[in-house]
Design a protein around this ligand. Sequence first.
Ligand SMILES: C[S@@+](CC[C@H](N)C(=O)[O-])C[C@H]1O[C@@H](n2cnc3c(N)ncnc32)[C@H](O)[C@@H]1O
Length: 1009
Amino acid sequence: MTEDTTQTNTMALTPFALKDAPALIEAVFPAQKVSFEAQKERKANLGQTLTGLGSYWKGRKPLILVRAIVLGSLLPQTGDAEADLAIFEKLMAFDDEGLARRALVQGALKPKDIAARTELNNPWDYFSYTIKNSRFTAEQIESWCCPFDADKEGVTLRWRRDIEERDKLVLYRKALATFASYEEKAALCKRPEEVDQDWLYAPVWPAVNRHYAHLGIEAHSFPELIEQLGILRYGHRPRVGDTFCGGGSIPFESARIGCDVYASDLNPIACMLTWGALNIIGASPERRAEIEQAQREVAEAVDKEITALGIEHDEHGNRAKAYLYCLETRCPETGWMVPMSPSWVISKSRNVIAKLIPDQENERFNIEVVSGVSKEEMQAAEKGTVQDGALVYELDGKVYRTPIKTLRGDYRLPDGTTGNRLRRWEKHDFKPRPDDIFRERLYAIQWIKKETLDKSRQETFFASVTEADLERERKVEQIVADNLTRWQEEGLLPDMEIEPGYNTDQPIRERGWTYWHHLFNARQLLLFSRYFQYSTPEDYVFNAKSLDWNARIANWMNHWEKTNNVFYNQALNTFYNYGIRCFVSHEAGRSFGFANSPLPKVAKYISCHDATALEASSDLWVTDPPYADAVHYHEITEFFIAWLRKHPPKPFDEWTWDSRRALAIKGSGDDFRRGMVDAYRAMAEHMPDNGMQCVMFTHQDTGVWSDMVGIFWAAGLQVVAAWYIATETTSELKKGGYVQGTVILMLRKRPAGERAGFKQRILPAVRAEVKRQIETMMHLNDEVKDKHGEPVFNDSDLQMAGYAAALKVLTAYTTIGGEDVTRFALRPRAKGEVTVVDEIVQQAAEAANSLLVPEGLGAETWARLSGIQRFYLRMMDMETTGASKLDNYQNFAKAFRVQDYARVMADMKANAARLKRVTEFTSRDLTDSTEIGPTWLGHLIIGLQQVLAEVEPQAVIQQLQQNLPDFMEVRPLLIDMLSFMERKAPETTVREAAEVLGARLKNLRALGQ
Ligand SMILES: C[S@@+](CC[C@H](N)C(=O)[O-])C[C@H]1O[C@@H](n2cnc3c(N)ncnc32)[C@H](O)[C@@H]1O
C-alpha cells in the first residue's frame, strides 16, 4: 500500500478539520431514490457491471447503493440539511440536471414527446418538421406553440440539425419536470454509471466546491473529492474495508469513486471474483486490450485442438453447437429401456421436438428429431416421460407409470433419512455403466451450418443422432478414459470428492455422483481439460465462469435453445435432460463482453481469511454479512474449488483453496452470533476512533433487529442511523410477492467508559429521541416538499429512523439491567424469548407510529385504533399517492403488529400490491374470528357495503348501534374514520356511501338521539 497515487494538490486542506464532524448519512439519505436506482441496476441482469465475471456468486450488492453509502459516510453535515441533501443528490446524479443528462443519453424523449408535454413558445428553435397529412399550412404550423400532439396534427418532428446538446438539455429538463415522481423520471434514464462521468458531473463540481469552500475543497472528479474528504476527516485518502467481500461490489465501487480498499473473504472464489472486479472490470483500457488479446489466443489454441481431434464436426463440415442428453432407464414393468425427460420439446421458437419411436425388436425407443411440427404436436411433446415424480410412457396403447423413487429403490435409513440403490460412482467414472439404474443417452444435436460458421449470425438446425455421431461420442469417451487420471494429477480436471452437505447431498442422492468431475460429461471434461492448460489469473476467472454455464447440471432451455447456468438458483439441481455447450457456444459465454470501467489509481488489497483475522485497519467498514443466509456459499464454492485448487497462479496462490466450512459464518443461532461478534469486534478494533461502519442486512422481522443490534452492541459499536432500501424483485420462481428489503445500519465506536442502563430509565429516553428524530425529519420533509413537490422521506423511512433513534439510545450503554452487553448478545436465546432489545424496538415502532398519523385523521382517533385498523387506514392513505410496493405493506403490518395482513390485501404482487377495497371484502373476511371483523372499521366496512346495497342508512345505523356496545362513546371516532374514507377511498361510490353514513351519524347527535 505504498504506491503514491495522490489525486490532487491537497495543500489548501487542513487535515482532520472534519475529524469529529457527523456524516451526512447520519442525518439524511434519499432512501427512496436509492431504492429505485438499486432496483433498476438489478433489473439490468447480465447488464450489471460485475456480472460479466459470472453470476454464480449470489447477493452482490447494487453498486449504486454502495456509492451512496460511501459518499454519505464521507460527506460532512454543514448545518443545512436541505443544502447538504441537494449536493448529495447532485453527486448521485439524482438531481434534475443529472436526470436530464441521463435521459438525454438514453434518448428517452423524442421531439414529439417533448412537444406533447412541454410549454414552449419557440418550438422551431429546436425542432424541424415535415408535413405528413396535416390540415395546416407551413405558415400556420410555424406559428404553433407547444404543447401539441404532433401525430394528431399530422406532422413529423425531428431535432434541428444545428441544435446543440445544451439546447436539447434545456428541453429535456423542461419535459422531465412534467413527470410527477422521481420514479417516472428515472425510469427514462440510463443508470448513472452508464453515462460518461466527466460529462455527467461537469455541472456538479462548481456547486460542490462552492458548498464546501469553507473547508478548502476544490474537486473536479470523484477521486479528487474523495481524497480531499479523507484528508479532512482522517488525514489521508479514506480506506474502505469489507471483510465479507463476496462478489466484490463494495470494494469495487469504493475504489471506483477513489477510496483505497481492503477486501477479504473466507472464500477463495469470492476473493478471486473481487480480484476480477478490481483488475479485469477495473482494468485500464490498455490492460483490457491485453486481456482480450490473451483470451483470444487461448480460444484459438483450444479451437485448434478440438478441431484437430475431429469430434465436433460432422462429415459435411457442419459444426456442433450443442449436444442434448437424457437419462434412460429400464421400465420394471415392461423391461423396455425408456428415455427420460420432462419434455421432448427441443426448440420452442422453431417447433422442434424429439419423437420416441418404439423399436419392438430391441425393446427400446428410437429418437427422431423433427423440426417445424404443428402446435398440437408441440403440445403433445411438452409432456415428457417424467411427470410428477414418475416415469410415464405409452406403449402399444397402454400407459405405464413408475415412481422415480421406486426406480431408484429409495428406502428409509435407521436415522430417518432416505437411502437408495443408485450405484455410487467411483473416481475413474465419468459416465454411467451399462448396468446402472440411470444410464445416459445422446438424443439430439444442434449443428451450425458449415456455410455460416464464420459469419456473425450463424444458422443452426437440430438433427437426430446418427451412427457417425455415436462414433464421435465413443472417440471422446475413449480420449477421456485414456487421460482422466493424468489430467486429474496435472490439475486440469478435478479429483475432489463431494463432501455431503445441505446443497451437495443432492447430486449424491439423485445420481450417485461422488466426485465433482461427475457433474460434467465426457465432452465437457475434454473441453475443460484443454482450457485449464491456461492458468493466468484472468484465465481462472473466465474458466470458473464457464464451469457455471457448461455442466451436466445445466438445464436445456428450449425457449432459448441454450443451456441455463448451474447457479441460476442456489441449488445443485440435477436434470433428466441437459445440454452441453460445444466450443463455439462455450466460448461465446466465457470471456467476451465484460464491462470495462477503469479504476483510478488507488491502493487495492485483497486477502483470503476469516473475518476475525484482520490484517489492516480501515476508516470505514462497509459489510454485508452472511446473515441467516439461505446461500450456502461454502458449498456452492466447492463446485469451483474442485477445479481451481491445485495450481493457482500468483496472487491466488497466497489464498487457502478450501471452503473451510467449519469457519463459515452461517445460520442464525448461537454460533452465528458468536462468529459475528468476533468479526465485528475485530473490525471495530481496526478502525480509528472517528471511523464508521455500515452493515447491510435483510429485513425479515424484529427478531433480526435484536440479534443484529445485540451483535454490534457487544462488538463495542453504537448505532447512529438506519435506512431502509427496498430491493424487492418478482420472479417466476417465486410466485407472488417476494419481498426483500435491506436495512442499512450505520455504526460508530461507542465512546470509552462504562454506562449502566436500566429499562425503566431507557424507555422514556427512547421515546424522546424517537420523537426528536422524526420531527426533525418531518420538518425537512415539509421544506423540501414545498420547493420540489416531493418529500424526501416516506413513512417507512421515518419509521426506520425511529428504530435507529431508539437503538442509538440503547447502544450507548455498556450494561443493561446489570447485564453486560456482550453476555447479553452471546447468551443462548430461549424460543419465543422477548429480549430488552425486542421491547425497545417495539417501543420505538409504537412511538413512531403514534407520531405518523395519516393525513386527514384526528390524532385522538388514531391513538385509539388497534393495529389492523391503523394498518388499513395508513395504507389507504399511502395508496392515494400511488404507492404499491408490497414491502411497505409488510413493514407496516409488522410495525402495527398485524397478524395476518394478507387477509385485507387484494393483491400481493411485489410492485403492484393493494388493499381490498370496501366492496371486495366478503362476509367471511369480516366475521368475528378475523382480525378486522370485530373492529370499528370492520363494522364500518359492513355498514358501507349495506349502504351500497341500498339498505336504508337508518337501518345501517341501527345495526351499528346494536353491534357496538359502546356506540355512543365511539361515534365521533366512527365519524372521523368515515370522513377519512370519504376522502381517501379509491372508488367514488364508496366515498359517497361514507359521506351518507357519516352525515347520518352526525345527525344523530344533532337530533340528540
Ligand atoms: C452476503 S455475502 C457478501 C456479498 C458481497 N457484499 C457482494 O456484494 O458480493 C457474505 C460473504 O461472507 C463470506 N463469509 C462467510 N463466513 C465468513 C467468515 N467467517 N469470514 C469471512 N467471510 C465469510 C461468504 O464467503 C460470502 O462471500
